[in-house]
Design a protein around this ligand. Structure first.
Ligand SMILES: [Zn+2]
Length: 257
């Protein structure tokens, strides 16, 4: 069974720490570390919730940074700051600081949790900043339309062909086909599959190649569910390894222990 031993490498590319006033959730540092250890994950990529308060969520980013120091090469950070509630210059300087000075490896754009219409100046700032900093941009997709429509991302996928774009939740079941088409049509778009149907994940891997698809769990309560899907899928070793960690290595430029 996946994964109670370290012989199968797994990177959980989508996990949260802290409180969320948008979705009424709370994940403690203990829960992050317990998930890392209980499932023998090789690495986890951790971000604040969109509903973290106050904004910018410096306290949460600090905790993620401390975890990334304590669990070096096993816990990494993604910066997530609501672009509507801080001045653009502060948003940009905060994101630059966490990436350049504190080693965070990506940026999150939460379309619904931060109420970001992709056709706005604030959205454009996020894409431009991630492109300048040469880090992947993870975008919440699917649930929360029209802002979370995967198709809206095409505007920027063309504008920034070198920016690695990760559609979180791969369209969240509802827009799975749209997410699939985006990943098929743009070489710089990848899918992260937390909350997706097992059959859809299998389809993504077969049709796109496992080097476009990556594993994520989002919440501690959902981690065993996502692992059960991996167990239920019919993947060869090469597909399984790409899905579970090699795509993450390539997209986030990390080396999995
Ligand atoms: Zn999430």
């Amino acid at each position: 069974m996946i994964n109670r031993s370290r012989d199968i490498k797994i990177v959980d590319t989508h996990f949260h720490l802290g409180e969320c006033r948008v979705f009424d959730l709370n994940v403690t540092e203990e829960q992050v570390v317990k998930t890392l250890n209980d499932y023998s994950f090789s690495a986890m990529i951790v971000q604040p919730f969109p509903g973290a308060f106050p904004q910018p969520p410096i306290h949460v980013l600090n905790k993620i940074y401390e975890l990334s120091r304590k669990y070096e090469n096993r816990i990494y950070g993604i910066v997530s700051i609501n672009p509507h509630v801080v001045e653009p210059d502060e948003w940009k300087s905060q994101v630059r600081k966490w990436i350049k000075d504190y080693g965070f490896i990506g940026v999150k754009l939460h379309t619904i949790g931060h109420a970001v219409n992709l056709m706005t100046k604030d959205a454009a700032m996020i894409f431009q900043t991630a492109d300048e900093l040469e880090v992947p941009l993870m975008i919440h997709s699917g649930l929360g339309q029209p802002f979370a429509s995967p198709a809206h991302v095409s505007y920027y996928a063309e504008m920034y062909p070198d920016l690695r774009i990760v559609l979180a939740h791969a369209g969240f079941v509802f827009s799975a086909v749209d997410a699939f088409l985006m990943a098929r049509n743009y070489k710089n778009i990848y899918l992260e599959t937390s909350w997706s149907n097992m059959e859809d994940i299998q389809f993504f891997i077969e049709k796109l190649g496992a080097d476009k698809v990556m594993f994520g769990t989002d919440l501690p309560s959902n981690t065993p569910i996502e692992l059960a899907k991996v167990n239920a899928m019919n993947l060869n070793n090469e597909q399984r390894d790409s899905f579970l960690y090699k795509t993450a290595e390539k997209v986030f430029k990390i080396k999995v222990p």
